[in-house]
Design a protein around this ligand. Structure first.
Ligand SMILES: Cc1ncc(COP(=O)(O)O)c(C=O)c1O
Length: 404
C-alpha cells in the first residue's frame, strides 16, 4: 500500500498539515500573562532597558547559574558583544591595526556564527565537525591550530548546534592550554548542559538568541550574553550602549544593541516555562526515536543504511531545539513531505565556508567534508512542546511511505 502512494498510483491520503513550528499553540496557553506583561510596559512608557530588562537578566542569571547576564537586541549582537568584550578583534578601536585576530569556529552553523567574528574585526578560521553531533570536532580544531601561525588565533567559538553542547572537555583544555577565549554560541541551547554544567557557563562568555523560533523566544528580536568575568560583563553593558558608561561620554566604539522592555517582559513570562518545555522536547525526541526504530527505518551510521537518528553524547543533556535526521534522498523526501503538508527544514543547506559572502576567506569545496556531507543529508522535523502524538505518528508514517 505504502509503495503505491509513492508511485502515485493511488491518491495520497489527505492528512491534517503538520507545521514545522506552530507558535500559536504556545501563545494560547500564555495569552493572558503575556498581554498583562505588555500592558505593564505600555503603562510604564519605559521601552528600552530599565527594570523589565534587569528583571529578565536576573532571571536568566539564576536559571543558567551564570554570575552575569546582559540582555541585548539579538543573538547576532550577543555574539559580537561577547567577542568584542573578550578582547577579540579591533571593532572597538578607531586606529589602524596591522594583523587581524583569528577565531576558530564551525562551518556548519547559522551565518551569524561567522559574520559576528568578522564584525568584531577578526577573521573566522573553520574546523570540521564531528559527524555524530554536528558540532565542532575537537580533533579538527587541534589540526587547525597546528596549521595556523601561532599568535594569530585568539579564540574558539563553538556552536551548541540543535540544542546539544559541543565537546567542552577537549575544547576547554585546548583553550586554556593556549590562553584562548572560548565564546559559546548558545543561540540554540538555552537550558542545555555539559556534564551537568549549564550552557552559558562553560567558556569565557556565551551568546543566546531569543529569535521567535528559538526554544526560549521573544516576540521579535532579542539576545543575551552570559559570563562569569565581571570585566567582560561591564564591557558588554557599555558596548551595547555605544561604549557609554556615563551619559554622552563614550569610552570606546560601541553600538546600539539594547533590548526592548516589551521583549524582556514577554521573555520573563516564558522563562518560567522553558525547563518544562525542554523536557517535553526531549520526550518528543525519544518518541520519534521509538517510532523510527519501530518502523524499521533507522540505520546506525550512514544514510546508506537508512535514516540516521540524532545522537546524544552521554555527557550532554540535549534540549532538542531541533530534531535533525540524516536522510537518504533528502531533497526528494522534503518535497514529498511538503506535498502532504508536513513541514521540515534544512539547517543548513550551504556550509559557511562555501557561502558567497565569505568567498574572500579563500575556502574551497572539499575543505570540510563532514560539514559538506551534513549540508547534503540533514533534515529537521517538527519538534515543539505542543506537537501532538498523532502528528508525530503522521510524520513517521509519511516518511515510511516515502521509503517503502
Ligand atoms: C547558531 C546561531 N547563532 C546565532 C544566531 C543569531 O541569532 P539572532 O537571529 O537572534 O540574531 C542564531 C539564530 O538565528 C543561531 O541559530
Amino acid at each position: 500500500m505504502a509503495a503505491l502512494y509513492h508511485e502515485s498510483i493511488v491518491p495520497r491520503p489527505v492528512l491534517d498539515p503538520v507545521p514545522m513550528l506552530d507558535l500559536t499553540r504556545q501563545y494560547a496557553g500564555l495569552r493572558e500573562e503575556i498581554l498583562e506583561a505588555v500592558t505593564r510596559v505600555c503603562d510604564s512608557q519605559a521601552f528600552i532597558l530599565g527594570p523589565e530588562v534587569e528583571a529578565f537578566e536576573s532571571g536568566v542569571a539564576k536559571a543558567c547559574s551564570a554570575p552575569f547576564a546582559i540582555a541585548c537586541a539579538s543573538g547576532t549582537d550577543a555574539l559580537w558583544l561577547a567577542l568584542a568584550a573578550s578582547g577579540i578583534g579591533n571593532s572597538t578601536e578607531t586606529g589602524e591595526s596591522s594583523s587581524r585576530d583569528a577565531v576558530i569556529t564551525s562551518p556548519f552553523s547559522f551565518f551569524a556564527s561567522a559574520s559576528a567574528i568578522l564584525r568584531a574585526g577578526a577573521v573566522p578560521v573553520f574546523a570540521d565537525i564531528d559527524p555524530r553531533t554536528f558540532n565542532l570536532s575537537a580533533e579538527s580544531v587541534g589540526e587547525v591550530l597546528r596549521g595556523v601561525s601561532g599568535g594569530k588565533v585568539r579564540g574558539i567559538l563553538p556552536v551548541h548546534l540543535y540544542g546539544q553542547c559541543a565537546d567542552f572537555d577537549v575544547l576547554k583544555k585546548v583553550a586554556e592550554g593556549r590562553g584562548l577565549a572560548l565564546v559559546e554560541d548558545a543561540a540554540q541551547a538555552f537550558g542545555a548542559t555539559w556534564k551537568g554544567q549549564m550552557a552559558g557557563t562553560l567558556g569565557t562568555a556565551a551568546a543566546f538568541s531569543f529569535y521567535p523560533t528559538k526554544n526560549l523566544s521573544a516576540m521579535g528580536d532579542a539576545g543575551l550574553v552570559t559570563t562569569s568575568d565581571q570585566r567582560i560583563a561591564e564591557r558588554v553593558r557599555s558596548l551595547r550602549s555605544h561604549g557609554m558608561t556615563r551619559r554622552y561620554y563614550h569610552d570606546e566604539l560601541g553600538w546600539n544593541a539594547r533590548m526592548d522592555a516589551v521583549q524582556a517582559a514577554i521573555l520573563s513570562v516564558k522563562l518560567k516555562h522553558v525547563a518544562g518545555w525542554n523536557e517535553q522536547r526531549c520526550q518528543k525526541a525519544a518518541r520519534y526515536d521509538d517510532l523510527f526504530r519501530g518502523a524499521g527505518l533507522a540505520g546506525e551510521n550512514s544514510v546508506g543504511e537508512g535514516i540516521v537518528l540524532p545522537w546524544t553524547d552521554p555527557r550532554a543533556q540535549h534540549v532538542f531545539h531541533q530534531f535533525v535526521i540524516r536522510a537518504p534522498r533528502r531533497n526528494a523526501l522534503r518535497e514529498y513531505l511538503a506535498e502532504l503538508g508536513i513541514g521540515s527544514e534544512i539547517y543548513y543547506p550551504v556550509p559557511l565556508h562555501l557561502q558567497d559572502a565569505l568567498a574572500g576567506l579563500g575556502y574551497r569545496p572539499g575543505d570540510f567534508p563532514e560539514a559538506e556531507r551534513a549540508a547534503r543529508e540533514v533534515l529537521a522535523l517538527p519538534i515543539y512542546p505542543e506537537l501532538r502524538e498523532d502528528e508525530q505518528q503522521a510524520v513517521v508514517d509519511a516518511i515510511r511511505a516515502f521509503y517503502a
